[in-house]
Structures are given as structure tokens and as C-alpha cells.
Design a protein around this ligand. Structure first.
Ligand SMILES: NC(=O)c1ccc[n+]([C@@H]2O[C@H](COP(=O)([O-])OP(=O)(O)OC[C@H]3O[C@@H](n4cnc5c(N)ncnc54)[C@H](OP(=O)(O)O)[C@@H]3O)[C@@H](O)[C@H]2O)c1
Length: 264
């Protein structure tokens, strides 16, 4: 029987690599996408050593314009159809809006919003023609409220959440065999939280961090079941439900106080 293939962006590290592991454990061949080729090769090797699957690597900077179009071209060049698209790659620049260079804000928007939207559009079209497919978009609990100091990041994730929910409803209403799921992790133990290139460390106590393996498992479970939303962790789910009944401006103020470091 022909095996199925999943494409995962941001696949060489963190939640992305764990998503690859979960998909590989279910027998999917994996197309790993990120920028650094050595890291991609290493991640692909680890997958092949653990699972009886095929891997392909594609180096692609999703913060560059038209990245999604060139990625689709490379996938077609490999003769592959993508059964499950996982839009996981995302960047965070932590700090005050005025202090973060505009070029970095634009990279964030390009990667977190433009590339994700374009990849969804391009691969969803192919899936619809074939009559099946699943798409998993990685947002964040940051999507559910405005966050001072993670201003553009939280807004980009709010876009991913809203876009995914609306698209999921459109597909359901048209009885499509393609589904869209959005997963919203809270703080997760990856290098994103402590990345000097992205505004340095966000000090989160260990007990508050989810494991990337758990996030991946929950996201894939919801995606393969065709569910619209996954919020890993009961306390996060309850927290996000509670946020729905609070006034947005008041929330931004409270969250702003939590995120403002003493003395700033
Ligand atoms: N960690 C958290 O607390 C947390 C919480 C909620 C949501 N999330 C979301 O979860 C997703 C994964 O985050 P993570 O914490 O796993 O990140 P991570 O550990 O920093 O890994 C990022 C991955 O994305 C790749 N990547 C980064 N920039 C890229 C670009 N411009 N083009 C293509 N690939 C790129 C990286 O490889 P290269 O550097 O080689 O490209 C790496 O494979 C993101 O969307 C993030 O917003 C994370």
C-alpha cells in the first residue's frame, strides 16, 4: 500500500521535531522543512533510525517572500503529494514594539502569517482535488489575548486562530473531505523561550512549561480526528474559556503588567 506523507515546517527542532516523530510513529513519510540544512539532516536521520519511513528535507526560509510557492515547486519536483500539512514554523521577537527592528517585525509577519496562509491555500487546493487531506496550524494561547511585549507575535497568532477557525467552518459547511485544525500550546519547553536572536529569555518557571512531545501528540490527535481546535492541558483549556468572558482592554492591561519587567 502506498504510504502517506506529511510536510512539517519548522521540523528540525522543538515542537516541529516532535510533530515529525508523532507522524512518523503513525507510518507517515515526512518532508522536513526549516532553514539550516545540517539540523534538518540530523533530524531526518533520527526519524529514519527510529521509524520505518522515508524522509525528505527542504531548506526554505519562510520569512522570505514567495517561500510557499517555491516550497510547493520543490515538493512537486520530488513527485510527492502531501496528505497532512503541518504549519508549525513560527518566530517570536520579544520586547517593546518600538525597540524591535521593523525588518524583524516584517519577518515575523511573513513567516507566521503570509507563509502559513499561502501554504494552506496551495496545498489545500491539491488536497481538495484529490478528495482528502488534513491541515494542522500551530497558533498559541497567545492568540486569545493581546500581549504587550509580544505585541506583533500575539497578533500574528490571533490571525492563525481566527483564520483556521473560519476555514474549518467553511470546509465543514461545504462537506469537504479536507479539514483544518489549530493547536494552541501555552509555554512549551523549547529553545524559542530562550533565543537571543528573538529577544532573549522569557523567564518561565519549569512547572509552567508543557513538553513539546505532549503538545505534538495532542495536536496530531485533534488533526487526524478532524477537530477544529486543540488546547493542550486542562488548565490552559479552562484559562482560554475564562478569557472569553473578560473585557479585552482590561485583559491587555493585566497581561501588560505581568509582562513588564520591574524597572522598565
Ligand atoms: N515554545 C513555546 O512556548 C510556544 C508556545 C506556543 C506556541 N508556539 C509555537 O510553536 C511553533 C514552534 O515553536 P518552537 O518553540 O518549537 O520553536 P523552536 O524550538 O525555536 O523551533 C523553531 C523551528 O522552526 C524553524 N524555523 C525558524 N525560523 C524559520 C523560518 N524563517 N523558516 C523556516 N523555518 C524556520 C527552526 O529551524 P531553522 O532555525 O533551521 O530554520 C526550527 O526547526 C511556533 O509556531 C511557535 O510560535 C511555541
Amino acid at each position: 500500500m502506498k504510504s502517506k506523507t506529511s510536510l512539517v515546517t519548522g521540523a528540525s527542532d522543538g515542537i516541529g521535531f516532535e510533530l515529525c516523530q508523532v507522524m512518523a510513529s503513525k507510518g507517515y513519510d515526512i518532508v522536513l522543512v526549516a532553514r539550516n540544512i545540517e539540523k534538518l539532516e540530523h533530524a531526518a536521520e533520527r526519524l529514519r533510525a527510529s521509524f520505518n519511513i522515508e524522509t525528505h528535507i527542504i531548506s526554505c526560509d519562510l520569512a522570505e517572500p514567495f517561500a510557499a510557492q517555491s516550497l510547493l515547486k520543490e515538493v512537486k519536483g520530488l513527485g510527492l503529494n502531501i496528505d497532512v500539512l503541518i504549519n508549525n514554523a513560527g518566530v517570536l521577537f520579544n520586547g517593546l514594539f518600538a525597540d524591535i527592528e521593523l525588518s524583524n517585525q516584517e519577518k515575523l509577519l511573513q513567516c507566521n502569517i503570509v507563509a502559513l496562509t499561502a501554504l494552506t491555500h496551495l496545498f489545500m487546493g491539491e488536497m481538495t482535488r484529490r478528495g482528502s487531506g488534513r491541515i494542522l496550524n500551530v497558533a498559541s494561547t497567545a492568540a486569545w489575548t493581546a500581549i504587550p511585549r509580544q505585541n506583533v507575535y500575539a497578533a500574528s497568532k490571533a490571525y492563525v486562530l481566527s483564520f483556521s477557525h473560519a476555514l474549518s467552518a467553511e470546509l465543514r459547511a461545504s462537506h469537504s473531505k479536507v479539514t483544518v485544525t489549530v493547536v494552541c500550546p501555552s509555554y512549551t519547553d523549547t529553545k524559542m523561550l530562550d533565543n537571543p536572536e528573538q529577544g532573549a529569555g522569557i523567564n518561565v518557571p519549569k512547572f509552567m512549561k508543557l513538553s513539546p512531545a505532549y503538545v505534538a501528540e495532542q495536536g496530531v490527535k485533534a488533526c487526524l480526528a478532524g477537530k477544529p481546535t486543540s488546547i493542550p492541558g486542562w488548565s490552559n483549556l479552562i484559562g482560554m474559556l475564562m478569557l472569553q468572558v473578560m473585557p479585552k482592554m482590561w485583559l491587555a492591561k493585566v497581561v501588560g503588567r505581568l509582562y513588564t519587567r520591574a524597572g522598565e
